[in-house]
Design a protein around this ligand. Sequence first.
Ligand SMILES: C[S@@+](CC[C@H](N)C(=O)[O-])C[C@H]1O[C@@H](n2cnc3c(N)ncnc32)[C@H](O)[C@@H]1O
Length: 254
Amino acid sequence: MGIDLQELRGYIVDMYSDVALLPRGKFHFPTGRPLLELLGYAPELLDKIPIGAIESFAGVGYHFGLEPLKEGERVLDLGSGAGTDAFFAALHVGAAGSVIGVDMTDAMLEKAQENLELSSLSNVRFQKAYAESLPFDDESFDVVISNGVINLSPVKETVFAEIHRVLAPGGRLMFSDIVTGVELPDSIRDNCALWAECIGGAQESQRYLRLIEKANFTIEATSQNERYRFAQDSTLSAAEKFRVHSISILAHRN
Ligand SMILES: C[S@@+](CC[C@H](N)C(=O)[O-])C[C@H]1O[C@@H](n2cnc3c(N)ncnc32)[C@H](O)[C@@H]1O
């Protein structure tokens, strides 16, 4: 592993601060409402989410169809960005449930907070945290969701161990992420910019599923987000060469 965690975090924070502050900018990945509709989010539910959150959506898939959220569930959104998935989850779990979104990028958290204040939702909150060390008690959530985030961590085993720790027995992990069809060469893996674009840190899909199982989860379902495409030619060619693609995964905690 040739990547430096602190340097990588700098690249990630720069990249996603731009997505928060300049949502109409040009990125190597798609963003915003057109992407959400392409992935399968119901437009009538998106209409209930503040547009400031929607415009900075930078997820990669739609995992909510894998097992519907239930009223009253306690949800953690890992890498919640500007908050779209957290708001979407809050609409499903209702007033008896709760959603906490965590992210490491201040600009994203500030945007999520501003949009929360514009919404009528009282069952959501956002706080700063790293996926690798979650500031929550053991067994405090029923569901962990995440969208386009775990590929960005160079210590994915630690992230899955943390998710396992904070999930209650019988809880589930339901998330979307970028994976590859073949192992990436070191020249791509060691490139912080490609990593922040959700390519460099992507794992070969079978190896990724084994990593999740090793963290003591049972994988119940996977599906490909076939409509997800990187947005710029340079990224597209790397994506095609290494069969970089988006999947959604449902895994139960053992
Ligand atoms: C591709 S964006 C997706 C944001 C959001 N899930 C969405 O769907 O719009 C990745 C987000 O994960 C956050 N992130 C990346 N690595 C993280 C980590 N180790 N801990 C916490 N947040 C992280 C970034 O700051 C960024 O907001």
